[in-house]
Design a protein around this ligand. Sequence first.
Ligand SMILES: Nc1ncnc2c1ncn2[C@@H]1O[C@H](COP(=O)(O)OP(=O)(O)O)[C@@H](O)[C@H]1O
Ligand SMILES: [Mg+2]
Length: 365
Amino acid sequence: MIDRATALGDEPLRVVVLYGGQSAEHDVSRVTAAHVLAAIDRSRYVVEAIAIDRDGIWRATPDLHAGSGPVEALPVTGPHIDLSEALAPPGVSQRTVALPLLHGPMGEDGTVQGLLEMAGVPYVGAGVLGSALAMDKAAAKEALGAAGVPQARWATIHEPGWVGDPAEIDGILARLGQTLFVKPANMGSSVGISRVTGGEGLRAAITEAFLYDEWAVVEEAIDGREIELGVLGNVELDFSVPGEIIPGAEFYDYDDKYHDGAAKLIIPAELSRNEIAEMERIAVAACTALRVEGMGRVDFLYEERGRGFLLNEINTIPGFTPISMYPKMWEATGLSYRRLIDSLIDLALERFARRSAKRQTPARH
Ligand SMILES: Nc1ncnc2c1ncn2[C@@H]1O[C@H](COP(=O)(O)OP(=O)(O)O)[C@@H](O)[C@H]1O
Ligand SMILES: [Mg+2]
């Protein structure tokens, strides 16, 4: 873990929590933000929150302090604010770190990260490329494949080139098998994802996926365990103990994640030392290939009596309520929710300093 001193200047650091957002995970993000505001160490930071409403309007959040009643979801109803002033207000010389607690498109995918880069504000989590690559399931598979990271066999399809005639459908079935997962490339929370068997189902699932994105991936269905690992770090990664998801439905779908909560989380997952070492090895290769920094929840499908650990995806802004897998895995590893937030902020500053040291113009010889 990195040196605490990097986070401690003379003035307390200003932390701006960004939450809400325009994705399907808007409400989840508001719950997360309420928890983060309640838990964050106010002896160390001056904390502000900015809501992004469903229309993408940035709004000031009234000052909400720790211990001010039960934690629910933060409101997104404050006055409209100017983006650049909110991130770097005139007259405020304080160092600022942004903490984007936004999941899915327009939050986890490099868009907000790009704004923060342009505003010159350090921020928690992966950078622009890492966020975008990890978010796009088609681009991620290609980058992971090139790096030799084991994963399920897949096909990428692009709507403009997709005919969907019997030859195309049969070609996919012949290559990937009869039972398949179809996913829009850029979504999250299982939105637009189907598990199908046979040609008719495949065709319908692709049509469904194209409602959300013009790129989609089709994957062979893996019969295996769902294991997740938390990573924390920039250059050197720390690993949490692994966790296992036992989905309540046929797969870990949107309802299971957010409505009935029927899925069970087992932390730590029952795995041997060698199995854990293998996951960590793959996680390092995957985080490097996808340029993930800061934090990531690395999700595997574990084909125990077959190919072993197959990388499913990396989430660069994983679920972050205290009952979410990522914070729970760290808690079980000995890092509390409050200290996890500290570590993330330290990492944001460390990366910002390291990158700022690079020249923007050619060196003179
Ligand atoms: N190839 C696959 N084989 C078996 N199960 C899968 C496969 N791909 C996805 N799943 C199931 O679907 C869920 C959602 O898929 P995932 O790729 O993680 O999308 P999201 O980004 O929406 O979380 C997974 O948690 C898992 O339960
Ligand atoms: Mg997932």
